[in-house]
Design a binder for this molecule. Structure first.
Ligand code: GN1
Ligand code: MG
Length: 370
């Protein structure tokens, strides 16, 4: 493992350290965009914090991420003070840490943008859902999160990533990239191209519904995949959602679809064996049940009408994003090897197929909960 206690992360960590000495810095999690470190302090109180180098090729105005994050976390904390969760349930809102000079980020001499967030102790996250109980907790947590933000007008937040989850924009970009693509066309690439072509008209479904006034913008998480949910090590209950970079105006369907495409894929999005990928409808039922415990009160009939499309679309859209990035030369997502984004795209397309083949079952699950 790389020793980070002397390099650039160490210089950044030092800016955010409030007490004790830094005794360890290690790479943390497996984000596809930012670089994340866990900093360990030998302080009596807080023992860890999370340090991140923001990928400014993706987030071109990182200071806006920080202001969104401060607005959203402040709002959630106030909401919880007014109306704590029932039964004394633990819930943690990640806190933006300030530098010794009171700033929410530090730009190093080379121009890298660093920020720090509190670490949620005695909790862990998983790449895949382990069982029905875990699925229920994931859904419950997303419901709590949406509820805490349901009275934050989305207009107060900046659009930090224009076009994020707007599938028609990803499609347009994909066709532009295809026009210029001069590489080899393997059977896998051909499968993917046919896959996208066969669905390009339907892929406007959520944006059309929004344009027709059937769905409206709210404040959303933007990236509620399974490993962004923190699970209490002792109780097994979900205690918070992390990775708030994409908290911004959007459709709750982006979140519902993303959470389901991630939570109902037991093989995980990191498998490179597309054949093992399937959509688990028992996990789907459990996630939705957990979600609706809180979310039912703010969802409309129309919101339910588009739930099936949202899960199908978010799996398809992520596959399309990985595929486009592969064809473009891996300029957006961090990759471990040159074919990585193609393998990731295949996984999401297999998942989309599995969702499509179980359309009736998923519709029934949603129908039973309305
Ligand atoms: C990216 O970096 P990470 O893992 O938090 C991506 C999400 C994708 C996800 C797929 C800003 O999130 O949209 O769903 O990879 N984030 C951004 O694993 O593009
Ligand atoms: Mg993220």
């Amino acid at each position: 493992m790389t020793d980070n206690t002397h390099g650039k992360p160490a210089a950044a960590a030092e800016r955010f350290r409030s007490s004790g000495n830094i005794i360890g810095i290690r790479e943390f999690g497996n984000g596809n965009i930012n670089q994340t470190f866990l900093v360990t302090l030998n302080a009596g109180g807080e023992k860890h914090f999370v340090l991140q180098r923001i990928n400014t090729r993706v987030f071109s105005r990182p200071e806006l991420i920080m202001s969104n994050m401060r607005i959203a976390t402040g709002h959630m904390r106030q909401h919880l003070q007014r109306a704590p969760l029932g039964e004394g349930r633990r819930w943690e809102v990640p806190q933006v840490l300030l530098t010794k000079r009171g700033e929410d980020h530090w730009t190093d001499p080379e121009g890298s943008f660093w920020r720090a967030i509190s670490y949620i102790e005695n909790a862990q996250s998983f790449d895949t859902v382990k069982d029905i109980g875990h699925a229920g907790e994931i859904g419950y947590a997303l419901g709590i999160f949406h509820n805490l933000l349901s009275d934050l007008p989305p207009g107060l937040l900046a659009d930090t990533l224009e076009g994020f989850h707007i599938t028609p924009r990803y499609l347009r970009h994909f066709y532009k990239v295809m026009e210029k693509y001069s590489g080899r066309k393997s059977p896998e690439i051909n499968y993917c191209l046919n896959f996208v072509n066969a669905r390009n008209a339907w892929a406007h479904v959520l944006e059309n519904a929004r344009a027709q006034g059937k769905l409206s913008l709210r404040t959303i998480h933007g990236d509620p995949k399974v490993n962004n949910f923190m699970i209490d090590i002792t109780t097994g209950q979900a205690v918070g959602i992390v990775d708030l970079d994409t908290v911004k105006p959007g459709l709750v369907h982006y979140d519902i679809g993303d959470c389901l495409r991630s939570g109902c894929n037991p093989a995980g999005e990191r498998t490179e064996n597309g054949e093992t990928v399937r959509f688990d409808t028992d996990f789907c039922r459990a996630i939705l049940q957990g979600y609706l415990l809180t979310a039912k009160k703010f969802l409309t009939g129309s919101d339910f009408d588009y739930m099936f499309d949202s899960v199908r679309l978010l799996a398809f859209e992520l596959g399309l994003r990985f595929l486009t990035d592969y064809l473009e030369g891996n300029v957006y997502f961090r990759v471990g090897h040159p074919e990585h984004n193609l393998a990731r795209a295949l996984v999401q397309f297999k998942l989309t197929e599995s969702i499509e083949s179980q359309k009736k079952t998923i519709h029934n699950i949603i129908g039973d909960m309305r």
